[in-house]
Ligand binder design. Sequence first.
Ligand code: TYC
Length: 116
Amino acid sequence: MSERLPIQMSSDDRRPDRERDSGTLLKEKPKIKKPPMYRVLLHNDDYTTREFVVMVLQDIFRKSESDAVQIMMHVHTNGVGVAGVYTFEVAEAKAEKSMAIARKFEYPLQLTVEAD
Ligand code: TYC
């Protein structure tokens, strides 16, 4: 009575998801692309205090005190240095936030964003 029809999986069903209906057994890796990254550059000046720069690096760029002091001293000595590397929106936001707080304290601190 209740006879069963033999069920045969098609070759398509036996392939991993990403290969199904793709028309090919080759390539097509899941597309998890790394976003382009951007450096936030910190620029030296003669007026912003060392303590203020260290505070910005700790509070906005989430650096430890010793890393913050190292970065600040590198910028003080060389004129420019990397505060951090982020996606574009994050890099712009951190640069703007840093300059906004510097302006409140009447410091001329400058930060710029460039492709990594
Ligand atoms: N040159 C500043 C001073 O001697 C310190 C300083 C360091 C300022 C880094 C800005 O991005 C900067 N007070």
